[in-house]
Design a protein around this ligand. Structure first.
Ligand SMILES: O=C(O)c1ccccc1NCC(=O)[C@H](O)[C@H](O)COP(=O)(O)O
Length: 264
């Protein structure tokens, strides 16, 4: 399965990175950082569904998605068009991303920034904060029952929010004991790469009343109708990558997803 391959690589990558930068060094630079921005608050302050717009050059299933790729320019368009937050893929090997993209985008926007990577080690939590991330992704399928709460607590201690991602009811059972504020439901099956928005609908029906956290539907969201459909099932925000990256006019696509076409 692709996730296993990614995690094997990530372990090696983190092992090497730790020899280049110590956790002590990163801890020392934390004091100089401004407070992390809250996506929960950003969503609370919006009348409409929130869009977490992703900066995604490519993926393991699709290869390069956007050849004409300028993360800073894309971030400026997202910021000016009404996105609630920006997600940035920093994994290099499988997603053609870079930590440098996150650092560069941090300089041009005040929107909350989600570091989209495979976070498996406390070292990466410190690194994310130092790079300028406001929140991190924690994938239930990638973490055991000891590491998931450990990383969650550390991120919280550093002032960041966590988007905790699940794909099944079993995974929800594993994460529901955490003080969740953002629960991501990934519509993508990581074995087949197929996306199905009913993954969100089915899980929303089961978990909605048991948690006060924001529900974020992730992956495979193509157009304004998909967003309306998800909103009608109680979703608070959508995370969209590929559909935005394939557009020539990204601003127009943001407006379409938000249902603001013709408004601006
Ligand atoms: O995008 C993939 O193919 C993928 C494969 C394996 C693990 C994760 C993957 N995607 C990461 C994401 O979470 C998506 O980039 C994000 O949800 C946006 O999805 P989309 O709108 O379908 O690009």
């Amino acid at each position: 399965m692709i996730l296993d391959r990614i995690l094997t690589e990530k372990k090696q990558e983190v092992k090497l990175a730790k020899t280049l930068k110590s956790m002590t060094e990163m801890k020392q630079s934390l004091a100089a950082l401004p407070p992390a921005r809250s996506l929960v608050k950003a969503l609370d302050n919006r009348p409409a569904i929130g869009l977490i717009a992703e900066i995604k050059k490519g993926s393991p299933s699709k290869g390069i998605i956007r050849a004409d790729f300028d993360p800073v320019e894309i971030a400026k368009v997202y910021t000016a068009s009404g996105a609630a937050a920006i997600s940035i893929l920093t994994d290099e090997k499988f997603f053609f991303g870079s930590s440098a993209y996150l650092q560069a985008v941090r300089k041009v926007t005040d929107l909350p920034l989600l570091r989209k990577d495979f976070i498996i080690d406390p070292w990466q939590v410190y690194e994310s904060r130092c790079l300028g991330a406001d929140l991190i992704l924690l994938i239930a399928a990638a973490l055991d029952d000891k590491m998931l709460p450990e990383l969650f607590d550390l991120a919280t201690e550093l002032g960041m929010e966590c988007l905790v991602e699940i794909h099944s009811e079993e995974e929800y059972e594993r994460v529901k004991g955490l003080p969740l504020h953002l629960l991501g439901i990934n519509n993508r099956d990581l074995q087949t790469f197929q996306t199905d928005l009913n993954t969100t609908v089915n899980l929303c029906g089961k978990i909605r009343d048991s948690k006060g956290c924001k529900i974020v539907s992730e992956s495979g969201i193509k157009n304004g109708n998909d967003v309306k459909f998800l909103k009608s099932h109680g979703v608070d925000a959508v995370l969209v990558g590929e559909s935005l990256m394939r557009e020539k006019d990204i601003r127009q696509k943001v407006l379409e997803l938000l249902g603001w076409e013709g408004v601006a």
